[in-house]
Design a protein around this ligand. Sequence first.
Ligand SMILES: [Zn+2]
Ligand SMILES: [Zn+2]
Length: 449
Amino acid sequence: MAVKASTIALISTAIVATFGIGYLVYFDQKRRTDPDFKKQLKRERKKATKIVKETQEKELVTVEALITKVLEAVTQETFPEAAEDKEAYFMEKVSIGEGLCAQGEDYYDESVEHFYKALKIYPAPLELIMIYQKTLPEKVFRIIVNLMALEQQKRQTEFYEYFPPAETGVKFTELPVEADKPIYGLTANKDFNAGDVIYNEIPLISALYPVLEGKYCNYCTKSLSETKIECTNCDQVLFCSQDCEKTASQQYHQFLCTNNKLTTEPNTASKFLDFSRENNLKYPQMIAQFLSGMVAEEVEKNKIGKAASPYSAWDHIERFKSGPTMEPTAESAKEAAMIKELLASKVPGIDEFLNDEIYLLLKGKLNENSFQLPTAEEEGVETSTEPVRVLDSEKKGLGSAIYKISSYIVQSELENANISVAFKDNTNELIVTATKDIKKGEEIKTHYT
Ligand SMILES: [Zn+2]
Ligand SMILES: [Zn+2]
């Protein structure tokens, strides 16, 4: 069945995606939190430059050739997909590598490929890298770290060349390292005049406060007046149009529907909804939507033979700025457990996939990058324990949304802002407009709290 195949893809995407990021996150946090780290890096770089200079050209070429060879071998490798095959594969590669290292320095180069392949399928690569650091010969370890960094860099460059699309007139640019600033920001890719619309954007995921469900469209968050479309199987959510109903159902609602028109028995979906309502939470709903969306994406890909984009929703969300590292709590464990229960029958494998680390990673991204959806009416919900970017503090909130492009907009003082962000026709679609003349290459900034 299509859903089964997609789960395997879901898990392997996550494993591939997690690989490397942990390392970068670690690096990034270190350079921010540790004042000595920058100095140390500078020293290390100096030392490295010296070593490189001193190294015979021949040896350098050998290492370069080795790196190219390993990367090629990895590209051509068919990695196992089933969990037990992965484990066997992992053990096999590590023991070959160790066997080679045991034979002496002449075999170090040859061992790299095996250790690296093991790392590629290991679910917690950061932990493995730390084990490698303690156990492998320094030279082997150094080459492995280089390989990781190179591959990560390549993936990153390709992503930022592909997204955002050229017609938006903006691109992501690496920002100078400063405390509290994101690593990537949004810059103009051409000149804009004050008043120009820079781009429009619909959210990657969005959710209403559960208590407002039924008053606004579950998909586009438009206020509902005459036209109200009910879900075929439940009366818990309403939509403004057949289009919104169809898209929501295909992307996530089919996975989250309580089906209470068909059964009055409480089920995992109704319990999850009750839980979200009681605690006035949107983010667990958004995470459930996001995971459902990833499966929907895979199903669609299998149906038409290829994905609409070479990058999944996961690729986008993993690149968003992360907030401070979150510690697991009783609440977060409960939220993750409920989502697992909710999706268990529809997404085989979700149990292993949605561990504490992944759940908190997703929640941290939502905390850091979501925008509050404002309402002109009285019935918004003002207070929430969930952090959110507020564009207009005068207005109450009706929900939250996260955007592929707009998450990168840098926060600024009001007088330095060069764009305004508005919501089109009171929906969750954003319109980003220049408020000043903006030159190509300039950072896109707006004021939010
Ligand atoms: Zn709608
Ligand atoms: Zn429904």
